[in-house]
Design a protein around this ligand. Structure first.
Ligand code: SF4
Length: 188
């Protein structure tokens, strides 16, 4: 069994797919290693590639707004991506890149053991919930898998492009906050 530090070292040294040639920094997940909530997006954007940190810049500000709607602080959750390296031009991740990188996400999930996972955007939802997932129709619905609850909502970058969806996403996050509080109460 590997530690979080060892996992980060593996990611930092990874050359398992061609994105290792174009990335500036690999972007390992960040946050509370005892967090009950895991957010999973598709891949680091260009700002994250420069900083080596997930959700910085304008999309990070949108994410903070969504978390505030849920009454959740960023420090108490864990945020990661399916790909740990930035795809050039922000293109969608290729299947072979996702398959090369998914073991890291699986290991993050194994170490964290979250009570809930929220997919941010279509790519993460289709990889983690259902290959046919339609974010505009199905966002905010929950499924349970091995005791962990999964849902999806819009990616913060998509909300920057289309702010008319922001209120829907905030409502999803309010429900996510409620779900976590409900799960916490059920444990007592
Ligand atoms: S995207 Fe994932 S598999 Fe590809 S080089 Fe980066 S860490 Fe390795």
């Amino acid at each position: 069994m590997y530690t979080w530090e060892e996992l980060e070292q593996f990611v930092n040294n990874c050359r398992a797919c061609p994105l290792c040639h174009t990335r500036k920094h690999p972007v390992m997940g960040r946050g509370d290693h005892k967090g009950k909530l895991m957010l999973v997006a598709e891949a680091p954007g260009s700002q994250e590639d420069l900083a080596g940190i997930p959700f910085v810049g304008p999309s990070g500000k949108v994410l903070d707004e969504l978390l505030a709607a849920a009454g959740i602080r960023r420090e108490e959750i864990y945020i990661t991506n399916i790909l740990k390296c930035h795809p050039p031009g922000n293109r969608d991740p290729l299947d072979r890149e996702k398959e090369a990188c998914i073991p890291y996400l699986k290991y993050e999930t194994y170490l964290l053991k979250p009570q809930a996972i929220v997919c941010l955007g279509r790519v993460a939802a289709q990889r983690l919930i259902n290959p046919d997932y339609r974010i505009t129709r199905q966002h905010g619905t929950w499924i349970e898998r091995k005791g962990c609850f999964l849902t999806a909502t819009y990616h913060p970058s998509a909300l920057l492009r289309d702010p008319s969806r922001l209120e829907e996403a905030k409502r999803d996050f309010q429900a996510i906050g409620e779900k976590l509080r409900h799960l916490e109460r059920a444990k007592k």
